[in-house]
Design a protein around this ligand. Structure first.
Ligand code: DP6
Length: 325
Protein backbone atom coordinates (compact mmCIF):
# COMPACT_ATOMS: atom_id res chain seq x y z
CA UNK A 1 0.00 0.00 0.00
CA UNK A 2 1.16 3.52 -0.72
CA UNK A 3 1.71 5.53 2.44
CA UNK A 4 -0.81 8.38 2.41
CA UNK A 5 -2.11 10.74 5.07
CA UNK A 6 -4.26 13.88 5.19
CA UNK A 7 -4.03 16.52 7.91
CA UNK A 8 -5.33 20.04 8.47
CA UNK A 9 -4.25 23.04 10.53
CA UNK A 10 -5.58 26.52 11.25
CA UNK A 11 -3.50 29.66 10.90
CA UNK A 12 -2.54 31.76 13.93
CA UNK A 13 -1.89 35.41 14.75
CA UNK A 14 0.98 36.29 17.05
CA UNK A 15 0.13 38.46 20.08
CA UNK A 16 3.81 38.61 21.03
CA UNK A 17 5.76 38.38 17.78
CA UNK A 18 8.42 36.12 16.39
CA UNK A 19 10.85 38.15 14.31
CA UNK A 20 14.36 36.91 13.59
CA UNK A 21 16.21 33.61 13.76
CA UNK A 22 19.46 33.17 15.67
CA UNK A 23 20.01 29.90 13.78
CA UNK A 24 18.50 29.78 10.30
CA UNK A 25 19.27 26.13 9.53
CA UNK A 26 17.51 24.92 12.68
CA UNK A 27 14.98 27.80 12.72
CA UNK A 28 15.73 28.85 16.29
CA UNK A 29 14.01 32.22 16.88
CA UNK A 30 15.51 35.27 18.57
CA UNK A 31 12.50 35.50 20.92
CA UNK A 32 9.73 33.35 22.34
CA UNK A 33 6.29 34.21 20.96
CA UNK A 34 2.63 33.88 21.91
CA UNK A 35 -0.25 33.42 19.48
CA UNK A 36 -3.93 32.74 19.05
CA UNK A 37 -4.93 29.96 16.64
CA UNK A 38 -7.95 31.07 14.61
CA UNK A 39 -10.98 28.89 13.83
CA UNK A 40 -12.25 28.44 10.28
CA UNK A 41 -8.85 29.04 8.70
CA UNK A 42 -7.77 25.47 7.97
CA UNK A 43 -5.43 24.36 5.24
CA UNK A 44 -5.90 20.66 4.41
CA UNK A 45 -2.97 18.75 2.95
CA UNK A 46 -2.58 15.21 1.62
CA UNK A 47 0.86 13.62 1.28
CA UNK A 48 1.50 10.33 -0.55
CA UNK A 49 4.99 8.90 -0.84
CA UNK A 50 4.05 7.44 -4.22
CA UNK A 51 6.99 8.46 -6.38
CA UNK A 52 5.69 11.98 -7.12
CA UNK A 53 6.05 12.85 -10.81
CA UNK A 54 8.63 10.09 -11.21
CA UNK A 55 11.77 11.98 -10.26
CA UNK A 56 10.64 14.73 -7.90
CA UNK A 57 7.91 15.79 -5.49
CA UNK A 58 4.73 16.87 -7.24
CA UNK A 59 3.02 19.76 -5.44
CA UNK A 60 -0.41 21.33 -6.03
CA UNK A 61 -1.55 24.26 -3.88
CA UNK A 62 -5.13 25.47 -4.30
CA UNK A 63 -5.33 23.64 -7.62
CA UNK A 64 -2.23 25.25 -9.12
CA UNK A 65 1.49 24.59 -9.35
CA UNK A 66 3.51 26.57 -6.81
CA UNK A 67 6.41 28.85 -7.72
CA UNK A 68 9.92 27.35 -7.90
CA UNK A 69 10.69 28.97 -4.54
CA UNK A 70 7.62 27.43 -2.85
CA UNK A 71 8.31 24.03 -4.42
CA UNK A 72 11.91 24.16 -3.17
CA UNK A 73 10.71 24.95 0.33
CA UNK A 74 8.26 22.02 0.35
CA UNK A 75 10.88 19.60 -1.05
CA UNK A 76 13.52 20.69 1.48
CA UNK A 77 10.98 20.13 4.23
CA UNK A 78 10.03 16.66 2.93
CA UNK A 79 13.74 15.82 2.71
CA UNK A 80 13.87 16.27 6.50
CA UNK A 81 10.95 13.87 6.93
CA UNK A 82 12.54 11.37 4.51
CA UNK A 83 15.90 11.56 6.29
CA UNK A 84 14.25 10.89 9.65
CA UNK A 85 11.84 8.17 8.58
CA UNK A 86 13.96 6.30 6.06
CA UNK A 87 11.32 6.77 3.35
CA UNK A 88 13.08 7.60 0.08
CA UNK A 89 10.28 8.03 -2.48
CA UNK A 90 9.27 11.41 -3.87
CA UNK A 91 5.78 12.47 -2.81
CA UNK A 92 2.59 13.85 -4.27
CA UNK A 93 1.31 16.75 -2.13
CA UNK A 94 -2.08 18.39 -2.55
CA UNK A 95 -2.94 21.34 -0.36
CA UNK A 96 -6.05 23.49 -0.15
CA UNK A 97 -6.69 26.54 2.04
CA UNK A 98 -10.27 27.12 3.23
CA UNK A 99 -9.68 30.88 3.41
CA UNK A 100 -8.32 32.78 0.38
CA UNK A 101 -4.89 34.41 0.68
CA UNK A 102 -6.60 37.72 0.02
CA UNK A 103 -8.28 37.42 3.42
CA UNK A 104 -5.10 38.82 4.91
CA UNK A 105 -4.14 35.80 6.99
CA UNK A 106 -0.73 34.15 6.77
CA UNK A 107 -0.83 30.90 4.83
CA UNK A 108 2.57 29.44 5.71
CA UNK A 109 1.68 28.81 9.36
CA UNK A 110 -1.33 26.60 8.55
CA UNK A 111 0.36 25.18 5.46
CA UNK A 112 3.52 23.88 7.11
CA UNK A 113 1.72 22.68 10.24
CA UNK A 114 -0.64 20.60 8.08
CA UNK A 115 2.25 19.42 5.89
CA UNK A 116 4.30 18.35 8.94
CA UNK A 117 1.39 16.33 10.31
CA UNK A 118 0.44 14.70 6.99
CA UNK A 119 4.02 13.96 5.87
CA UNK A 120 5.17 12.53 9.20
CA UNK A 121 2.07 10.33 9.42
CA UNK A 122 2.41 9.17 5.81
CA UNK A 123 6.08 8.33 6.50
CA UNK A 124 5.04 6.14 9.43
CA UNK A 125 6.31 8.46 12.18
CA UNK A 126 4.17 8.85 15.27
CA UNK A 127 4.97 12.29 16.67
CA UNK A 128 3.40 13.88 19.74
CA UNK A 129 2.35 17.54 19.70
CA UNK A 130 5.67 18.86 20.91
CA UNK A 131 7.63 16.82 18.36
CA UNK A 132 5.25 17.87 15.62
CA UNK A 133 5.71 21.53 16.54
CA UNK A 134 9.49 21.10 16.32
CA UNK A 135 9.14 19.56 12.87
CA UNK A 136 6.70 22.25 11.65
CA UNK A 137 9.19 24.88 12.84
CA UNK A 138 11.62 23.75 10.14
CA UNK A 139 9.04 24.60 7.46
CA UNK A 140 8.08 28.05 8.76
CA UNK A 141 8.56 29.54 12.20
CA UNK A 142 4.94 30.55 12.72
CA UNK A 143 3.85 26.98 11.80
CA UNK A 144 5.38 25.82 15.11
CA UNK A 145 2.42 27.44 16.91
CA UNK A 146 -0.35 26.22 14.55
CA UNK A 147 0.10 22.65 15.82
CA UNK A 148 -1.97 23.64 18.88
CA UNK A 149 -5.33 25.37 19.27
CA UNK A 150 -6.23 28.46 21.27
CA UNK A 151 -3.48 30.40 22.96
CA UNK A 152 -0.03 28.98 22.20
CA UNK A 153 3.48 29.71 23.47
CA UNK A 154 6.51 28.98 21.30
CA UNK A 155 9.52 28.66 23.58
CA UNK A 156 12.48 30.06 21.66
CA UNK A 157 14.90 27.56 23.19
CA UNK A 158 18.48 27.24 22.06
CA UNK A 159 18.49 24.11 19.91
CA UNK A 160 16.11 21.78 18.07
CA UNK A 161 14.91 19.96 21.18
CA UNK A 162 14.23 23.09 23.26
CA UNK A 163 12.46 25.17 20.56
CA UNK A 164 8.85 23.96 20.61
CA UNK A 165 5.29 25.14 21.11
CA UNK A 166 2.81 24.32 23.86
CA UNK A 167 -0.77 25.34 24.63
CA UNK A 168 -1.37 28.00 27.30
CA UNK A 169 -4.41 27.78 29.56
CA UNK A 170 -6.73 30.73 28.86
CA UNK A 171 -10.15 31.47 30.33
CA UNK A 172 -10.47 34.74 28.46
CA UNK A 173 -13.04 35.35 25.73
CA UNK A 174 -10.76 36.56 22.93
CA UNK A 175 -11.39 37.28 19.24
CA UNK A 176 -9.46 38.83 16.39
CA UNK A 177 -11.06 41.14 13.85
CA UNK A 178 -9.11 41.11 10.59
CA UNK A 179 -9.10 44.33 8.54
CA UNK A 180 -7.94 43.77 4.95
CA UNK A 181 -6.82 47.09 3.51
CA UNK A 182 -5.14 46.07 0.30
CA UNK A 183 -5.28 42.99 -1.93
CA UNK A 184 -2.66 44.07 -4.44
CA UNK A 185 0.31 44.78 -2.24
CA UNK A 186 3.24 42.35 -2.65
CA UNK A 187 5.42 42.61 0.44
CA UNK A 188 8.92 41.17 0.80
CA UNK A 189 8.90 37.75 2.47
CA UNK A 190 9.14 37.60 6.26
CA UNK A 191 12.18 35.31 5.97
CA UNK A 192 14.10 37.95 3.99
CA UNK A 193 12.84 40.87 6.03
CA UNK A 194 13.90 39.20 9.29
CA UNK A 195 17.35 38.60 7.91
CA UNK A 196 17.69 42.26 6.87
CA UNK A 197 16.37 43.50 10.22
CA UNK A 198 18.78 41.37 12.25
CA UNK A 199 21.80 42.29 10.16
CA UNK A 200 21.21 46.04 9.83
CA UNK A 201 18.69 47.46 12.33
CA UNK A 202 20.29 49.19 15.32
CA UNK A 203 16.95 48.82 17.16
CA UNK A 204 16.72 45.05 16.94
CA UNK A 205 18.60 44.16 20.16
CA UNK A 206 16.38 46.53 22.17
CA UNK A 207 13.22 44.93 20.77
CA UNK A 208 14.47 41.44 21.65
CA UNK A 209 15.05 42.60 25.21
CA UNK A 210 11.67 44.32 25.45
CA UNK A 211 9.95 41.29 23.94
CA UNK A 212 11.09 39.05 26.79
CA UNK A 213 9.43 41.42 29.26
CA UNK A 214 6.35 41.78 27.03
CA UNK A 215 5.86 38.02 27.03
CA UNK A 216 5.96 37.82 30.83
CA UNK A 217 3.45 40.67 31.18
CA UNK A 218 1.19 39.13 28.52
CA UNK A 219 1.19 35.74 30.27
CA UNK A 220 0.45 37.44 33.58
CA UNK A 221 -2.42 39.39 31.98
CA UNK A 222 -3.83 36.13 30.59
CA UNK A 223 -3.60 34.48 34.02
CA UNK A 224 -5.47 37.36 35.63
CA UNK A 225 -7.91 37.77 32.72
CA UNK A 226 -6.93 41.42 32.19
CA UNK A 227 -7.78 42.20 28.56
CA UNK A 228 -6.73 45.87 28.69
CA UNK A 229 -3.29 44.96 30.01
CA UNK A 230 -2.91 42.21 27.42
CA UNK A 231 -4.06 44.52 24.62
CA UNK A 232 -1.60 47.28 25.49
CA UNK A 233 1.29 44.82 25.46
CA UNK A 234 0.13 43.21 22.21
CA UNK A 235 -0.11 46.55 20.38
CA UNK A 236 3.19 47.78 21.80
CA UNK A 237 5.04 44.60 20.88
CA UNK A 238 3.84 44.71 17.25
CA UNK A 239 4.60 48.42 16.84
CA UNK A 240 8.05 47.78 18.32
CA UNK A 241 8.68 44.96 15.84
CA UNK A 242 7.76 47.29 12.96
CA UNK A 243 9.99 50.01 14.40
CA UNK A 244 12.95 47.61 14.23
CA UNK A 245 12.35 46.89 10.57
CA UNK A 246 11.66 50.51 9.65
CA UNK A 247 15.10 51.19 11.14
CA UNK A 248 16.81 48.50 8.99
CA UNK A 249 19.10 49.82 6.22
CA UNK A 250 17.30 50.15 3.88
CA UNK A 251 14.11 50.38 5.90
CA UNK A 252 11.39 47.77 5.45
CA UNK A 253 8.01 49.48 5.43
CA UNK A 254 5.07 47.07 5.27
CA UNK A 255 2.59 49.81 6.15
CA UNK A 256 0.42 51.66 3.64
CA UNK A 257 -1.33 54.97 4.33
CA UNK A 258 -4.50 52.96 5.17
CA UNK A 259 -2.52 51.01 7.77
CA UNK A 260 -1.72 54.22 9.64
CA UNK A 261 -5.32 55.39 9.23
CA UNK A 262 -6.50 52.13 10.77
CA UNK A 263 -4.13 52.54 13.73
CA UNK A 264 -5.54 56.01 14.41
CA UNK A 265 -9.12 54.77 14.05
CA UNK A 266 -8.44 51.99 16.57
CA UNK A 267 -7.05 54.56 19.06
CA UNK A 268 -10.14 56.71 18.62
CA UNK A 269 -12.41 53.70 19.15
CA UNK A 270 -10.49 52.85 22.31
CA UNK A 271 -11.00 56.36 23.63
CA UNK A 272 -14.72 55.82 23.07
CA UNK A 273 -14.54 52.73 25.27
CA UNK A 274 -14.26 49.86 22.81
CA UNK A 275 -11.83 47.07 23.77
CA UNK A 276 -9.61 47.20 20.65
CA UNK A 277 -5.85 46.79 20.21
CA UNK A 278 -3.98 46.48 16.92
CA UNK A 279 -1.38 44.03 15.72
CA UNK A 280 0.30 43.97 12.29
CA UNK A 281 2.34 41.22 10.61
CA UNK A 282 4.53 41.20 7.50
CA UNK A 283 2.03 43.11 5.36
CA UNK A 284 -0.21 46.18 5.41
CA UNK A 285 -3.30 44.61 7.02
CA UNK A 286 -4.35 45.18 10.60
CA UNK A 287 -5.69 42.59 13.05
CA UNK A 288 -7.63 43.81 16.06
CA UNK A 289 -7.57 41.97 19.37
CA UNK A 290 -10.90 42.28 21.15
CA UNK A 291 -13.35 40.59 23.49
CA UNK A 292 -15.28 37.77 21.85
CA UNK A 293 -18.65 39.00 23.16
CA UNK A 294 -18.08 42.40 21.53
CA UNK A 295 -16.41 41.25 18.32
CA UNK A 296 -19.42 41.90 16.02
CA UNK A 297 -19.93 45.37 17.50
CA UNK A 298 -16.21 46.08 16.99
CA UNK A 299 -16.35 44.78 13.40
CA UNK A 300 -19.34 47.05 12.64
CA UNK A 301 -17.51 50.07 14.10
CA UNK A 302 -14.42 49.28 12.02
CA UNK A 303 -16.52 48.97 8.84
CA UNK A 304 -18.06 52.37 9.58
CA UNK A 305 -14.73 54.09 10.05
CA UNK A 306 -12.59 52.30 7.48
CA UNK A 307 -14.53 52.35 4.24
CA UNK A 308 -13.14 50.31 1.36
CA UNK A 309 -11.79 47.61 3.65
CA UNK A 310 -12.95 44.05 4.28
CA UNK A 311 -13.54 43.26 7.94
CA UNK A 312 -14.05 39.74 9.33
CA UNK A 313 -14.35 38.28 12.81
CA UNK A 314 -12.18 35.29 13.74
CA UNK A 315 -12.57 33.30 16.93
CA UNK A 316 -10.14 30.84 18.55
CA UNK A 317 -9.82 27.47 16.83
CA UNK A 318 -8.26 24.05 17.28
CA UNK A 319 -4.87 22.59 16.50
CA UNK A 320 -3.60 20.16 13.90
CA UNK A 321 -5.97 17.32 12.99
CA UNK A 322 -5.39 14.07 11.12
CA UNK A 323 -8.28 13.65 8.68
CA UNK A 324 -9.35 10.03 8.34
CA UNK A 325 -10.29 8.39 5.05
C1 DP6 B 1 5.35 38.86 11.46
O1 DP6 B 1 6.83 32.27 10.15
O2 DP6 B 1 6.35 33.57 8.05
O3 DP6 B 1 3.98 36.93 11.24
O4 DP6 B 1 9.97 31.39 9.77
O5 DP6 B 1 10.84 32.70 7.87
O6 DP6 B 1 8.84 31.22 7.54
P1 DP6 B 1 9.63 32.11 8.48
O7 DP6 B 1 8.71 33.34 8.84
P2 DP6 B 1 7.17 33.40 9.26
O8 DP6 B 1 7.20 34.76 10.09
C2 DP6 B 1 6.10 35.24 10.79
C3 DP6 B 1 6.36 36.63 11.25
C4 DP6 B 1 5.18 37.39 11.81
C5 DP6 B 1 5.13 37.28 13.34
C6 DP6 B 1 4.66 35.97 13.92
O9 DP6 B 1 3.87 35.24 13.31
O10 DP6 B 1 5.09 35.70 15.06
Amino acid sequence: AIATATASANTNIALIKYWGKVDEAQAIPATSSLSLTLGGTRTTTTVSFDGGDGAADSVTINGASPSAVELGRVTRFLDLVRARSGVTAPATITSRASVPLAAGLASSAAGFAALAAAASRAAGMDLDGRELSRLARRGSGSATRSVFGGLVLWNAGHDDASSYAEPVACEMDLAMVVVVLSQRYKPISSTQAMRATMSSSPLFPAWVEASGRDLQVALEAVRSGDLARLGEIVEGNALGMHATMIAARPGIIYWLPQTVAALHAIRAMREEGLPVWATIDAGPNVKVLTEGARAEEVAAALRDRLTGTTVSVRRPGGGVRIEEG
